[in-house]
Design a protein around this ligand. Structure first.
Ligand code: PGA
Ligand code: ZN
Length: 420
């Protein structure tokens, strides 16, 4: 059984140049592991609390020195030398030590960094790859499939300059039989889309936070049309070979009961649902994330009923990887797919509960990165270990994303597992 000898933290920078937290966990066996946590920008109101220093003189208040000091300080003092039965016991100790509902005292960034660093160290000590360790947290330790990637092509909203209100349009290589084929397909479509952008908007390749292209689309429909044109130009058939997914991230343009979809479109929830259904009629969309606001509980069941059997009704900000919110959504028939981001809830154990709850309800699970990422690639192992149907990492252009795609390729080569 693992015994923690030492914990340390380090403030590092994420892919947007904002501070985030890295932790190192040393076990009494001498095994040592380091891990980094990501950070969002289009965050849900109900996420666990990232502790930031708030000093405007340093990183515009976003410093993580206090969170890091809690790792060396209080967390290490409470855990070092203790024999921990398993991940569950570690995470429960962290939750109790923090003592708040949203992990705001020690910081969800500090707590998650310790939870993950312990996982990586424990996997090393057991001599198993990280994806097998994760698989053991929820099941028998066997990974059976690789997730199908959903990969950002175009971006707007909070991840770009707000060119369109919709945050991300993603490609889903539905016909790919292997991870390698999936990535090769998407890279080809991405290149064709970049060429089209140059021809139509005269812009060079400018990318958003997660690496999506962000030209000045005149309308949302122009964005959908360009995606289809890029798929065709790359030699693929839209829908049959490459489908689309969308992260509407609509909480960010919802206010007082209305969705400000564009300058001249202020839609009621019913009109917003009509609009999404109309997109599904015109375009091969297989997944709709946050189609309605995180507060619009009354209308999510209508959205689900309307899209059932056509596209996944996927909750990100709406569910916040929070078991209580997921249970409420299951009970009210409000969604049928979970976007799982471990740092929305703050420990591996609670994220695992969220995953199992969704699975038990027959939901689909997408394992997701954040817009502020690091070069760490534990997310690929998590998606394999927890049997994610989809993985959402971002575009195919930036190393903090590619570290995870490359890890998926390595896991594929090592295991020969089929893609879902
Ligand atoms: P993030 O958003 O900026 O909060 O990471 C990503 C997403 O909305 O899926
Ligand atoms: Zn989202």
């Amino acid at each position: 059984m693992p015994v923690i000898r030492r914990l340390s933290g380090l403030e590092i920078l994420d892919s947007r140049g904002r501070p985030t937290v890295q932790a190192t966990c040393e076990l009494s066996s001498g095994v040592m592991a380091t891990i980094s946590v990501p950070s969002g920008a289009s965050t849900g109101a109900h996420e666990a609390h990232e502790l930031r220093d708030g000093d405007p003189q340093r990183y515009r208040g976003l410093g993580c020195r206090r969170a890091v000091s809690h790792i060396h300080g209080e967390i290490q003092a409470a855990l070092a030398g203790r024999t921990l039965y398993d991940q569950g016991e570690l995470d429960q100790s962290l939750i109790e030590l923090d003592g708040t509902a949203d992990k705001s005292r020690l910081g969800a960034n500090a707590i998650l960094a310790v939870s993950l660093a312990f996982a990586r160290a424990a996997a090393l000590e057991q001599g198993v790859p990280l994806y097998r360790y994760f698989a053991g947290l929820l099941g028998d330790g066997e990974a059976r499939t690789l997730p199908r990637p959903t990969i950002n092509l175009f971006s707007g909203g909070k991840h770009a300059g707000g060119q369109v209100s919709i945050q991300d349009l993603l490609l889903v290589p539905v016909a790919a039989q292997t991870m390698d084929q999936a990535l090769a397909t998407v890279v080809e479509v991405f290149q064709c889309a970049a060429e089209l952008n140059r021809e139509r908007y005269g812009v060079r390749l400018l990318t958003a936070d997660e690496g999506g292209l962000a030209p000045p689309f005149p309308s949302i429909e122009a964005m959908w049309d360009d995606a289809l044109a890029a798929i065709r130009r790359a030699g693929f058939e839209p829908g049959r070979e490459v489908a689309l997914a969308v992260d509407v991230a609509s909480s960010h343009f919802y206010s007082e009961g209305y969705y400000a979809l564009s300058a001249d479109q202020r839609l009621s929830p019913a009109e917003m649902i009509d609009q999404i259904a109309a997109w599904l009629t015109d375009y091969p969309i297989v997944s709709v994330e946050d189609g309605l606001s995180e507060e619009d509980w009354d209308h999510w069941p209508d959205l689900r009923a309307r899209l059932d059997g056509r596209a996944l009704v996927l909750g990100d900000d709406f569910l916040c990887t929070n078991p209580a919110r997921i249970q409420r959504a299951i009970d009210s028939g409000a969604a049928n797919a979970l976007l799982l981001k471990v740092n929305q809830i703050g420990t591996l154990t609670e994220a695992g509960e969220a995953c199992q709850l969704a699975r038990a309800a027959g939901w689909h699970v997408t394992i997701s990165a954040r817009s502020g990422e690091t070069e760490d690639h534990w997310l690929a192992d998590l998606a394999v270990g927890w049997g994610g149907d989809h993985i959402k990492i971002g575009s195919i252009t930036q190393s903090e994303r590619l570290a995870k795609y490359n890890r998926l390729l390595a896991i594929e080569a090592e295991t020969g597992l089929p893609i879902r």
